[in-house]
Design a protein. Sequence first.
Length: 312
Amino acid sequence: MTVRHLLADDDLTAAEQSQVLDLAAALKADRHAEQPLAGPRSVAIIFDKPTLRTQLSFTTGVAELGGYPMVVDGNLAQIGTRESIADVARVVGRQVSAIVWRTHGQDRLQEMADHVDVPVVNALTDDYHPCQLLADLLTIREHKGSTAGRTIAYVGDGANNMAHSYLLACALAGMHVRIGTPASHQPSADVLARAERIAGEEAGSVLVTDDPTAAVAGADVVATDTWVSMGMEGEKGDRTGQTSPFAPFAVTTHLLGHAAADAIVLHCLPAYRGLEIAADVIDGPHSVVWDEAENRLHAQKALLTFLLRASS
C-alpha cells in the first residue's frame, strides 16, 4: 500500500496541487459533496502549538467530510517526551484514518510519518506551513483567475516557515516568487534550491532581495507574516523595536503603492497592526485575508480527500 503524506509543500507535484485546488473550489461551492470519512472515520488532530484557524478549519472540515475530528492536546500527551514519537505513531495510526499534526521540528513530523500507514498532514512546523499555502493559492485563484505567470511578493522574515512555503508552493503554481527580507534573515539554502528547480520546470521564477521596493514592484499579490513566529517570543524586542531589521519591510500604504494597482494582500494571521502590516492595509480594499482564512477549510478538506484517495 502506498501512503501519501503532506509534510512539505513540494510533496505534491504541480499537477496534484492544481487537482487539490480544483477540488477545494468545488467543495467551497458544495461543502458536503465529498464524504471520504463517512462512518464516521476518525482523524487525529494533534496540537503542540497555539492554534485558532487550524483547529477551527480542520475540526469543521473533518466533520463536513463525514468523519470524527479527534483533537489531541500534544502538551498533555507529551509526544516524544513521555513516550517516543514512533511508539505514539504505532498506537494512533491503528485507530484513525489520518493524522494532522501542528508541531515544532520537521523531524518530528517525519518520524510520525515513518511509523504509520495513514496519511500525515503538516498543520505547521518550524520549517513549513503547506496547508496555509493551499488556502492562499485558492484565494489568489478566486481574485486573480489563475496563478500561472502571476507575481507574488512576500516581505518580512525570509527565514521562517511561511517564506519557505511561499517559495515552494508558489513555484509549483507557476508563479514568479519574490522574497523581500533583510540579508540577515535569508531562506534556507536547501529550500531556495528546491524552489529554483521547481520554478524552472513550471515557467516561474524566484528572487530573494533585501530591497522591499524591488520585491513588491508591480506584484499581483503582496503577502506578509508576523515578525515574531511561535518559539521566538524571547526575540520580540529585537524583532519589533525601533531598530528592527524588518521595519523597512512592513506592508504600509506607501510600500503597497509600488505593487500593481489591483494587487491583493495576504496575511496568514494573527496579524499585529502597526508592525508587519498597517491597519489601513489589512482593513483596506486590497486585503483578502478573511477570504484567505475561510479558505483554510476548503483547501484542507480537498487535501484530506486527495490524500485518502491516493493512499487507498
